[in-house]
Design a protein around this ligand. Structure first.
Ligand SMILES: NC(=O)c1ccc[n+]([C@@H]2O[C@H](COP(=O)([O-])OP(=O)(O)OC[C@H]3O[C@@H](n4cnc5c(N)ncnc54)[C@H](O)[C@@H]3O)[C@@H](O)[C@H]2O)c1
Length: 441
């Protein structure tokens, strides 16, 4: 390399080259390109179903990764992932599929740095805890823990082992959400007061049930629980927007669930009134509305909305003393900046102006790699933390803050919307911890 080229120019040039080639730019946590030949990350994967294989497809666009072992109790799914790796020129990973506990042998291997978990919900916490106890970074699909006991188990294991655990909440990494985070940190909305978010995703015909009407494992939770069962996609950007865990924390919440009509109606219309699922009683209400009051006195409204026919939506909205952002309208209003009094203006120019460094560095190379590039960025940032042996961008406290809403909303719904006190999983650290997620240097 020409010695006259500065380190900054080198990073700029290598990033541009990687981006133009459409391969992994191998960026570090600040969005800078790395030198070649850096340490490989040795990754184990548990759960190679739909999501596991989708994440693997994204990982295969990245360099400096090895896959010594994968685990799935379904031999076909295991073989599919092995074939994906072989096709890309990787050696065939050792497969673990003896029984439901076989993942324990995988995490004990001494040739793994990290384990990625994409199994059904009840397995997330036991698998992540095993990985952390074996000294491997854990990346766990949403929602990870589904009870308060599991939330504490993850926090306790992290505090005992010092091994990071990150929930893979991809919407924390969305391009628009990170630009909004930059704007909040610059004070453009003034003091933040209120936020709204939702997971509006009709999953009845393809995830809770298959297209033939057979109940999948996710659907079984609808028979047993009445809660916000999927709050992490709603809260992904919100916890950093609202400084939850680093300056503020949940105090209490109330949750209200509607009647459950959507699933029966779907089956009646598609399969006829005599189909068993057209008459079955589901515990889960169609819409759950949760209101969180924070310690600072702010509020967060969360909607669970996964059983009625509708287009996908997250309905993010954040409001402060000097302005408001509305994702659904793709619009913004800022006091003293927006051209017309009390008129929305388009968000797009703000998106450009306040683009997060992560997206500035990699957006052109990653558009096709899962959820518009967010999966790529999320995995890349997780792997960078593993490589650099430091904390993951979303830590265990952030992760449990997103998922604790499941059991807490369930408790409130069961008591007709009675306020439920939220446990402090940080054990008071939220009062002094400074924001660390996605800081731009
Ligand atoms: N972040 C996202 O955008 C997103 C999207 C879809 C799914 N997900 C999450 O991903 C996870 C997996 O969902 P999916 O749709 O891929 O389900 P899936 O049923 O397609 O895959 C789950 C896999 O886990 C395997 N498995 C089950 N128990 C196991 C065990 N004890 N040991 C090893 N393997 C086991 C199954 O055989 C299956 O292959 C869920 O938590 C889901 O909520 C996240």
């Amino acid at each position: 390399m020409d010695k006259k080229i500065s380190r900054k120019d080198f990073f700029k040039a290598t990033t541009a080259a990687a981006v133009s080639l459409g391969v992994e730019a191998a960026l570090d946590s600040t969005g800078k390109a790395r030198a070649e030949g850096e340490k490989k990350v040795r990754l184990g994967i548990i759960g190679t179903g739909k999501r596991g294989c989708s994440l693997l497809g994204t990982l295969l666009h990245m360099q400096e990764l090895e896959y010594p072992a994968i685990c799935d109790i379904n031999p076909d799914n295991l073989a599919q992932a092995q074939a994906m790796l072989r096709k890309q020129g990787h050696p065939e990973p050792e497969g673990y599929s003896r029984d439901e506990e076989d993942y324990k042998r995988l995490v004990e291997r001494d040739d793994l740095d990290a384990v990625l978990i994409a199994t059904p919900w009840e397995w997330h916490t036991p698998m992540a805890v095993s990985a952390m106890k074996a000294g491997k970074y854990a990346a766990v699909e949403v929602p990870a823990s589904i009870t308060l006991e599991q939330c504490w188990e993850l926090v306790d294991t992290y505090e005992q082992t010092g091994v990071p655990c990150m929930m893979l909440e991809n919407w924390s990494f969305r391009r628009d959400n990170l630009a909004v985070l930059n704007m909040i940190r610059l004070g453009l909305f003034g003091e933040i007061v209120h936020c709204h978010c939702a997971h509006s995703h009709d999953c009845v015909d393809h995830w809770f049930f298959d297209p033939e009407g057979n109940m999948q494992w996710g659907g079984e939770y609808l028979l047993k629980r009445n809660a916000d069962q999927y709050p992490t996609h709603s809260l992904g950007p919100v916890i950093s927007w609202m400084d939850i865990g680093c300056g503020d924390y949940y105090d209490y919440l109330t949750s209200t669930a509607t009647r459950s009509l959507g699933i029966n109606n779907y089956f009646r219309k598609k399969f006829g009134p005599d189909h068993p699922n057209a008459k079955r009683v589901y515990a889960q209400g169609d819409i759950v509305t949760t209101v969180i009051k924070t310690k600072k006195g702010n509020s967060i409204v969360i909607n669970y909305d996964m059983q009625l026919p509708r287009p996908y939506d997250n309905r993010w909205m954040i409001q402060g003393t000097e302005g408001i952002y509305n994702e659904q309208r793709q619009a913004i209003y800022l006091l003293g900046r927006s051209p017309e009094y009390h008129e929305w203006e388009p968000f797009a120019p703000y998106q450009e102006k306040y683009e997060h460094a992560w997206w500035r560095a990699m957006k052109d190379s990653s558009g096709d790699f899962g959820h518009g590039g967010t999966d790529y960025l999320e995995l890349q940032q997780f792997l960078t933390a593993v490589r650099e042996k430091r904390q993951t961008p979303v830590d265990v406290y952030d992760s449990v803050a997103m998922r604790a809403i499941i059991p807490l909303s369930e408790a409130s719904v069961a008591k007709n919307g009675t306020p439920v006190k939220c446990p402090d999983f940080t054990r008071g650290k939220w009062k002094t911890k400074k924001p660390s997620y996605a800081l731009e240097s």
